[in-house]
Design a protein around this ligand. Structure first.
Ligand code: FA5
Ligand code: MG
Length: 359
C-alpha cells in the first residue's frame, strides 16, 4: 500500500525550515531562540514507523487519523509523519530530556487558503524535576513563550480539557490549547489557536524508561502563525519559487508581505450522484494529483441535495453534490485548454475510482 502522490513526494527533502530568508525558517528560528536551553533537534526524514506516529502515542487502532484517507502511507509499516510528536518516544529514548524540534508534516486535508497537505510543526518536550509542579512549569513556560512571540500586551488564554471536549490528545493529560487574540492591521482582534500541550501520559513515561517521572510536551503549526505575522494570504505561497515572493524576506526580520499581481481565477463546477465509495479527502487527493504545478486554489461544496426515487420499490435515495473548483496559478495566467484537460481527467477519475455518476 502506498498512497503518496507525486505532488507530495516532490515536497519531501525540500526542508523549507532550513532555507535562508524563508518565512517558515524565520518563524522556526524565533521559536527556537525562546527555547535557548533546550536541545535543538533536526529530524529531516519525515518517514516514520506507524508505531512511532500512532501506537507509541496511545492513538487507538481504530482512530480515523490512521485511515489512508487521512494519512499518507509509504507501506504498511511506514507513514509520512502527521505530527512532530511522532519523534517524542524515540528522541527521549536517545537521551534528550529537553528538546525542541521542527519539521514538515503531512496530512490529507481540505483544500483552502489555510490548509495544505504539507505543513510545519514545532514540538517541544521537557522533563521536569520531581520537586516541580509539572502543570505550573508548563504554563509558566508557555505564557513566557506567547509573550515572546506576540508581545507583552497580547491577550491570550488557556483552554482546558475539562471545559473543552475538543482539547484532547491521547498522549497527554491535563491538556490545554492556547488561544491568542491577534491584533490585525485594521486594529480588530482575531482569535487563533496557537498550540496544543499537556502532561505526558504515565504509560509513555514508563515506555521511555522514566517511570514515575513527569514531563510536558507541546506542539504548534507554523504556517498559520507565519500567515498572520507576515500577512501572507494563501498557504500555497510558502511553496512558491517565485522570486517576487522569496526576495521579500530576510532572516531574523518580520515584514509584511507585499502582494504582487494575482492572475485571474477560472471556475469549473462538477456535479454528480455520490456512491458509497465517495469520500471528500479522496476526491481532493485525485484533484491534487491531476492539478500539476499547484494550479488549484480551492474545492468547495456549492450545492447538495437528496432525491428519493420511490416510483419503483424498493425506495432508492440518491445524494447529489456539486463542487466548485477554482483554478488559479500564483505566477502565470492559465489557458483554457490546459484547465479543460485537467478537468476532464478529474471527471474521469471520479467516475472510475470513486464510482460517482456525473450529472
Ligand atoms: C497535534 O498535531 C499534536 N501533536 C500537538 C501536541 C503535541 C499536543 C504535544 C500535545 C502535546 P493538532 O492536530 O491540533 O495537534 O495540530 C497542531 C497544529 O497544527 C494546529 O494548531 C494547527 O496550527 C496546525 N495544523 C493542523 N492541520 C493543518 C493543516 N492542514 N495545514 C496547516 N496547519 C495545520
Ligand atoms: Mg487542533
Amino acid at each position: 500500500m502506498n498512497n503518496v502522490s507525486k505532488t507530495i513526494t516532490d515536497k519531501i527533502g525540500v526542508c523549507l525550515y532550513t532555507k535562508h530568508g524563508h518565512p517558515i525558517k524565520i518563524i522556526r528560528d524565533k521559536i527556537f531562540s525562546y527555547f535557548g536551553n533546550f536541545t535543538h533537534l533536526n529530524i529531516y526524514d519525515p518517514v516514520v514507523p506507524v508505531y512511532d506516529n500512532f501506537d507509541s502515542l496511545l492513538i487507538p487502532k481504530e482512530h480515523v487519523s490512521r485511515k489512508p484517507t487521512d494519512t499518507y502511507y509509504i507501506d504498511d509499516a511506514h507513514v509520512l509523519r502527521t505530527h512532530m510528536t511522532a519523534h517524542l518516544v524515540s528522541s527521549v529514548k536517545k537521551g534528550y530530556e529537553k528538546y525542541i524540534t521542527c519539521g514538515d508534516v503531512y496530512r490529507k486535508d481540505a483544500i483552502d487558503a489555510t490548509h495544505y497537505p504539507v505543513f510545519h510543526q514545532a514540538d517541544g518536550f521537557c522533563l521536569v524535576a520531581d520537586s516541580e509542579d509539572v502543570e505550573q512549569h508548563l504554563r509558566t513556560t508557555l505564557a513566557g513563550f506567547i509573550k515572546y512571540l506576540f508581545g507583552d500586551d497580547c491577550p491570550y488564554r488557556f483552554l482546558e480539557d475539562k471545559d473543552n471536549p475538543d482539547v484532547y490528545f491521547p498522549f497527554t493529560y491535563n491538556s490545554v490549547e492556547v488561544e491568542v487574540q491577534f491584533k490585525q492591521e485594521d486594529g480588530s482582534y482575531k482569535p487563533i489557536e496557537v498550540l496544543g500541550a499537556g502532561t505526558v501520559q504515565p504509560k509513555i513515561m514508563e515506555e521511555i524508561g522514566l517511570p514515575g517521572r513527569k514531563a510536558w510536551a507541546f506542539g504548534m503549526g507554523l504556517e498559520r502563525l507565519a500567515m498572520l505575522f507576515f500577512q501572507i494570504p494563501d498557504i500555497r505561497l510558502f511553496w512558491s519559487n517565485d522570486i517576487r515572493f522569496l526576495e521579500q524576506f530576510e532572516d531574523g526580520k518580520i515584514t509584511a508581505f507585499v502582494p504582487y499581481s494575482k492572475h485571474p481565477p477560472c471556475y469549473k463546477d462538477v456535479s454528480f450522484w455520490i456512491s458509497p465509495a465517495f469520500n471528500y479527502n479522496d476526491m481532493c487527493n485525485i484533484i491534487r494529483q491531476e492539478a500539476q504545478d499547484d494550479v488549484i486554489e480551492s474545492v468547495m461544496l456549492k450545492d447538495r441535495f437528496c432525491t428519493t426515487f420511490d416510483s419503483l420499490p424498493p425506495v432508492i435515495a440518491k445524494e447529489s453534490h456539486c463542487y466548485r473548483i477554482t483554478y488559479r496559478h500564483n505566477s502565470r495566467t492559465l489557458t483554457n485548454p490546459e484547465i479543460n484537460s485537467i478537468q476532464e481527467k478529474i471527471r474521469a477519475r471520479l467516475v472510475s475510482e470513486l464510482k460517482v455518476q456525473l450529472r
